[in-house]
Design a protein around this ligand. Structure first.
Ligand SMILES: [Zn+2]
Length: 184
């Protein structure tokens, strides 16, 4: 059994607090972007390396921590590639990415949690470095998702942070699980 496809448009999370994970992504200051992205990755690495039931699904149709972790690794990679595109092209449109198809095609459930943890850590290092390299004049650069949703570099990174922090909530049930460790 596979989880139901996630077809929800999550762009509302840029405009109001998410009741589930507790994050107000649209209010995150750019000065916190790199630290937040780094701390969330560290949380994920910790879960992948030390969660006792890392590959067990809590319910048949809910991803295991391993599957979420593999997804989050791919999100770090994908958002890094898209951020590079936002910085090098004028108003690019991103290629579409079906996260549910990817999970099945890449056999997330059969991946080695140690390897996923290492890959996630490496992907996060690259993305965090790219965020750190941003200059304020680049925050307003624009791009489009394939469904027409418009992002700036600023909202793109806020959206990213909600995604990886929301999935921490999916796995731990803790609200804004990475916030306690972030610089606030
Ligand atoms: Zn959320």
């Amino acid at each position: 059994m596979q989880p139901p496809p996630d077809t929800k448009d999550w762009t509302w999370t840029l405009r109001r607090r998410c009741d589930q994970c507790g994050l107000s992504a649209g209010e995150i200051d750019p000065a916190q972007f790199a630290e937040r992205a780094f701390v969330a990755a560290e949380e994920w690495v910790q879960i992948l390396r030390s969660s006792p039931a890392v590959s067990a699904r809590p319910q048949p149709d809910v991803w295991s921590p391993l599957e979420y972790g593999a997804h989050v690794r791919d999100v770090y990679r994908l958002f890094d590639a898209r951020l590079a595109q936002l910085l090098s092209e004028d108003t690019p449109t991103f290629a579409s990415w079906d996260q549910d198809e990817t999970a099945i095609a890449e056999r997330y459930s059969e991946q080695d949690p140690e390897v996923v943890a290492d890959e996630l850590e490496a992907a996060a290092q690259v993305f965090v470095a790219r965020i750190r390299s941003l200059t304020p004049d680049q925050y307003s650069r624009r791009g489009f998702r394939s469904d027409g949703a418009e992002f700036t570099v600023l909202t793109f990174i806020q959206y990213f942070l909600h995604d990886v922090i929301h999935h921490l909530w999916d796995v731990t049930g803790q609200q804004d699980a990475a916030a306690s460790l972030a610089l606030e």
